[in-house]
Design a protein. Structure first.
Length: 124
């Protein structure tokens, strides 16, 4: 679990989550123009006034947990529904930008697998 590969994957995933979470709050990274369907979906989330902010805070929190190596198995479980929704959003509404979504889901899957011993009590 403490191999160099696992450490790199954990840090990379943490950085990605912090960057994209902070970008939802401060919009400092210009993103490509989404499809009309994706733009409509995002604008409806933004119109609620809280959903995108909560998602951003959640991403930053999980990213910090991964970077500081605190409660990593817990952070990975919290990330599963988020990474799944990111992946499904891009697969159904914004296919050209699916690369980062696949990367986040894959990194999450790798780390979940690396920490699988921690989850055994959940399924016993």
């Amino acid at each position: 679990m403490n191999s160099q590969f696992t450490k790199i994957v954990r840090i990379l995933l943490g950085i990605i989550l912090i960057l994209f979470g902070a970008n939802k709050l401060y919009a400092f990274i210009p993103l490509p123009e989404p499809s009309p369907e994706a733009a409509e979906f995002i604008s409806s989330l933004a119109a609620t006034g809280y959903v995108l902010t909560i998602i951003a805070i959640f991403e930053i929190f999980i990213g910090l947990l991964l970077l500081f190596k605190k409660w990593v198995p817990f952070a990975l479980v919290l990330l599963v529904p988020l990474s799944l929704n990111i992946l499904l959003f891009h697969l159904f509404l914004d296919v050209p930008s699916v690369g980062t979504a696949i990367l986040v889901a894959a990194l999450n899957g790798i780390l979940l697998y690396k920490h699988r011993q921690k989850y055994k009590p959940l399924f016993a």
